[in-house]
Write a protein that binds this ligand. Sequence first.
Ligand code: TYD
Length: 131
Amino acid sequence: MKAKLINITKIEDSRGNLAVIEKDSIPFKIKRVYYLYDVPSNAYRGGHANKKQESLLIALSGSFEVVMDDGTERIRIMLNKPNVGLYIPTGIWREMENFSSGSVCLVLASTNYDEQEYIRDYNLFKLSKQP
Ligand code: TYD
């Protein structure tokens, strides 16, 4: 699994924490930023892989779980720290669920939005992994 957790620099003092992401902190150039909020606890998000888009997911507030599948291995990770990002490269099927109340998922993405580069059918995703 090529996905990995990335620690985000945190500057801490008595006034609170400041987390910062700079050009060299993550493995791609950021083209787009979006965020999920007011997500019902029973909602299921994601359910796709991307051919071109790399992304970094951060639980800015609260928590949620990410299931990732690279065609061979399936792992589940809980994100619940604003100073930890989950890097998801291309070609990984991802699903997100169990959002806590008030949670916010920030997504930094390497591409502009393009539906053509999404794979939203799990069977097609599995087929894309066959040699
Ligand atoms: P979707 O890919 O289902 O979100 P998630 O992976 O978080 O569950 O996107 C929901 C809708 O929003 C879908 O109709 C596509 C649209 N969308 C945009 O128009 N621009 C964007 O940058 C993104 C991420 C989604």
